[in-house]
Design a protein around this ligand. Sequence first.
Ligand SMILES: [Zn+2]
Ligand SMILES: [Zn+2]
Length: 356
Amino acid sequence: MLKRLFAIVLLLGSVCYGLDRQKINFPDIEGYKTLKCDFHMHTVISDGQVSPQVRVNEAWLEGLDAISITDHIEYQPNKVYVSTELNRVYDMAKKAVGKKDLILIEGAEMTHNKPKPWHFNCLFINDPEKFRDKNILEQAQECKKQGGLLIWNHPSWKGPENGQWDKPIQQLYELGLLHAIEAANGRHIQPDGVEWAHTKGLAWMGCSDIHSPSGWIYPQVPGHRTISLILAKEKTAESIKEAMLARRTIAWANDMLLGPEKHLREMFNAAVKVGKAKSTDKGLTFELTNNCDVPLKLKHGDNIIDVPANGKVTVKTDKKATAGKIELQYKLTNFIYAPEKSLDVKVVVELDKAKA
Ligand SMILES: [Zn+2]
Ligand SMILES: [Zn+2]
């Protein structure tokens, strides 16, 4: 009895304080591990409200595999209270990671108002202090020199005119200095991010850009932190970098996935399970199971099927068959691979002979 009481108290304690590590559920796809990553967040070193240690612990508790803390280089409003030495962010965070199963990537956010309000995250760098007092091009070159990758953040921020493919952006692109773009920043889909990721071949990123404690946002509104799913050969920083360069990335924001058509299809195929079909006078009936954290919103004409995240539904079609395999075509309306383009998928149904 006492033991049971003790177990209940322990359970309540962990629920109340939210200390159980959560699991973000997306399947691995053939040959790659699906790593859950957030490469854009702030701490008190710039304009965030928490310490680097809190960022590490909340990311670990939320089930992330890799993070980068990306404080602003040019905007540090807390400088009268705290050190603005950017390398300290990484040092403090690294200590907080300790032996936790969490990859920490050093990064910082280049924060410019001229010629336009353009922000870029540089990741995989080793000395953000060297980015001080430089213009965008010089910083992008420094990023490359340090072996880093550059992400164009929230391109549509402060109006769509800022997300245009202007000359300075083209220059970075031509010099091979621009590698990725945010298709989603926080809860906001970035239309220019979607367009340039698709047409210019940049890696698709989804990032939280959190400034307040992560836990303040999501218990109050249903949802999750916006993240990137990185399809990496190994669970290492080096593999994440290779995957970003090869554009094996998908942004997860709200109830949408945004990424290259090929990888969205692989994700759908890995997540969906099609049950054997029964044939009735009215048509075929079968079960669709969804093994991932994003719902599958399928559409065929007026027929809409919504398979909940980690759930299943029974599908009834008027399609008639008595033997063999039947191919059904759907539009997966919440898997986006280009502006206003969602993924076409096929569901192959096999007739259950025993019950036909
Ligand atoms: Zn920014
Ligand atoms: Zn930011």
